[in-house]
Write a protein that binds this ligand. Structure first.
Ligand SMILES: Nc1ncnc2c1ncn2[C@@H]1O[C@H](COP(=O)(O)OP(=O)(O)OP(=O)(O)O)[C@@H](O)[C@H]1O
Length: 608
């Protein structure tokens, strides 16, 4: 039977196949699972010790029916021991059994906790070092469920299923050997009832597993809804879409319940059938055994021992079906984890780049052609060429969606262009390691995201390991020290989810301080679209002027008033540069795009 199950069927069965076709165990899948289990190798000492305790506890529990049989022999007057002696032995065995079980559970948990923490750490390091192009195509919920539920599945197997599997197989094998020594006739009779159970288990089992898997997938989909809406709870509330989201969640949950109940119906039918078959088998064994006792072929004590072993064996058989499902789930989880692990990271955390480049910050975009991997057919940049001298400041302007952010993302190599090349100090970006390239650049983004933690930690993010004095100096230069010091805890003020909320202008100045601390040669300013009040605007502008000093700067400009001072403005339309020059030059082009944009902004400002 095992052979058939571990057969050559490698491929997933699809929904269009019969409902009884479920993914079967495959060697390939098992091998993959074993690959994941190599994480337990560093803890093999504990694993082996746990296994020894597992053998001991299984052995002691198997001795139990034999001893009960011996007590009956005493009653029958066929034993030289007394009832008290045997009862004491039974109690001693129970005590040992308890001690062995304790150590088995503790040691297996120790291995599984440590090993799974390692797996989680590795998977997380992998995910965080994967290229943006890969991450964008996955949902956050899906990625986090790799480190949560998939690893939990492996952990269950390590701490529980392996032990149970061994115990059940041992019980089955040793139990059958022991009872066949007692009476081979009765053993054959008992084993004859097994095929019915096995066939039923296979038939029902597969369908139930398929339904349970569907219910699990539906639950994961429901979780994604909850996670995503809670992450952007402000948007939900602002649009007063609470009811809509509750309904969406509810209909996802309804599907879970539907599938789970269907599975439960089958499981219920299956379990009642198994109970009937199991007890039916025992009744049959008692009936046949009783006739053997009557004909003097078997003693009462042996029949007693036999029946007890039979219940043990029956229990083990029942449990194996569940094991099979567990192993299947584990294979699924391991395959998903390995799939992530086999992706290529863009940076290697284990061998961090130590290369340093003393660049001047001269940048050249040479005929850049680009489409996003997710939408390969849409060309976002169509031959962008321009040059920025070291220390020069340029601005990119244009309608929304023109490709401004894409141009700067390519500079950080979040993606690689399909045509043309970008050079820094005359060398293509690929000549620098990703780490050293990104170290040359600081970004002050449109929407400043602060991590939960203190203001000090948030500024230090620009250069981990900076001293307190350097952090304070950066905050001062960013015009942020004043507001930071107005908080009783100063730099130690906690911001983010559990702390205070900073205003837009304050957050921007923290981001500027971060960039000042990083002290890069190249600066990218993604200007906030929402305008700040005049006073904040002024404070941020002064901080930005300080930050831009002696750095090559690319500004993605949304509010044209702030870019009059830049050296060159590039006007982008549909992925191409359509105009370039200084503010004064561009403003004079009749019917020019820039002149139009100014007019538009001016008119918008007038109407406010
Ligand atoms: N990750 C992405 N995957 C696929 N397409 C994208 C991605 N990011 C942007 N795009 C598309 O590329 C085009 C250019 O986008 P980009 O963000 O560069 O414009 P932008 O000029 O910066 O706009 P805005 O001023 O609104 O920020 C848009 O049509 C956008 O839909």
């Amino acid at each position: 039977m095992a052979k058939r199950r571990f057969g050559k069927n490698d491929d997933d069965s699809t929904d269009t196949e019969s409902p009884f076709a479920v993914k079967k165990l495959s060697w390939k899948g098992l091998k993959n699972t074993l690959k994941i289990f190599r994480y337990t190798l560093p803890y093999k000492k504990y694993f082996i010790a746990g296994f020894i305790f597992l053998i001991l506890s299984t052995g002691t529990s198997l001795a139990f029916p034999k001893l009960v049989g011996s007590i009956i022999e005493v009653i029958e007057g066929k034993s030289s021991y007394t009832i008290n002696q045997l009862t004491l032995l039974l109690i001693a065995i129970l005590v040992f059994q308890a001690i062995f079980s304790f150590f088995r559970i503790y040691l297996f948990s120790r291995v599984s906790e440590w090993a799974m923490a390692d797996v989680r750490r590795e998977v997380y390091s992998k995910i965080i070092t994967l290229p943006i192009g890969f991450l964008e195509q996955r949902r956050v919920g899906e990625l986090t469920s790799r480190i949560t539920s998939d690893v939990t599945q492996l952990q269950d197997v390590l701490s529980f299923t392996i032990a149970e599997f061994f115990r059940q197989i041992a019980t089955l094998v040793v139990g059958v050997v022991l009872i066949s020594l007692t009476s081979w006739k009765l053993t054959l009779f008992m084993l004859a009832t097994f095929p019915i159970m096995v066939v039923a288990a296979m038939f029902f089992g597969r369908y139930i597993r398929r339904l349970s898997k569907k219910a699990q997938d539906e639950l994961a989909a429901a979780n994604v809804i909850a996670e995503e809406t809670l992450q952007s709870v402000n948007v939900v509330k602002a649009f007063t879409n609470e009811q809509l989201e509750v309904n969406r969640y509810k209909s996802a949950l309804d599907k879970v319940v539907d599938n789970a109940l269907k599975a439960a119906t089958f499981r219920g039918g299956f379990v009642s059938f198994i109970i009937f078959a199991l007890f039916g088998g025992i009744v049959g064994v008692i009936w046949f055994g009783a006739t053997l006792v009557q004909s003097g072929e078997m003693s009462i004590a042996d029949l007693f021992t036999f029946v007890l072993y039979t219940t043990f064996i029956g229990g083990a058989m029942g449990g194996l079906g569940d094991m099979y499902a567990q192993i299947n789930k584990t294979i699924g989880a391991s395959e998903r984890l390995l799939e992530i692990m086999s992706e290529t990271s863009e940076v290697d955390l284990k061998a961090p780049s130590t290369e340093t480049h003393n660049v001047q910050g001269q940048i050249t975009y040479d005929s850049i052609e680009f489409s996003y991997p997710a939408r390969a057919d849409v060309k976002v940049l169509k031959g962008i060429s321009f040059k920025i001298d070291a220390g020069e400041k340029i601005a990119l302007v244009g309608y929304s969606g023109a490709g401004k952010s894409t141009i700067v993302q390519l500079l950080m190599r979040f993606y690689d262009p399909q045509g043309g090349q970008i050079l820094i100090d005359g060398l293509p970006l690929s000549a620098y390691s990703l780490t050293s390239l990104r170290r040359m650049i600081a970004v002050v983004p449109q929407e400043v995201m602060l991590f939960g933690g203190t203001i000090r930690e948030n500024i230090e993010y620009g250069r981990p390991g900076a001293t307190d004095a350097e952090i304070e100096e950066a905050a001062r230069k960013a015009n942020a020290l004043q507001f930071i010091e107005s908080f009783p805890e100063g730099l130690a003020t906690v911001v983010g989810e559990r702390g205070i909320k900073l205003s837009g202008g304050q957050r921007q100045r923290v981001a500027i301080a971060r960039a000042i601390l990083k002290d890069p040669k190249i600066l990218i300013l993604d200007e906030a679209t929402s305008s700040l009040d005049a006073e904040s605007e002024q404070l941020v502008q002064v901080a930005l002027d300080e930050l831009m000093k002696n750095r090559t700067t690319l500004v993605i400009a949304h509010r044209l008033a702030t870019i009059r001072k830049v050296d060159t403005i590039y006007v982008i339309r549909e992925g191409q540069i359509v105009e370039s020059g200084s503010h004064n030059e561009l403003a004079l082009i009749a019917n020019g795009l820039y002149a139009n944009l100014i007019k538009l902004q001016f008119e918008t400002a007038e109407t406010h």
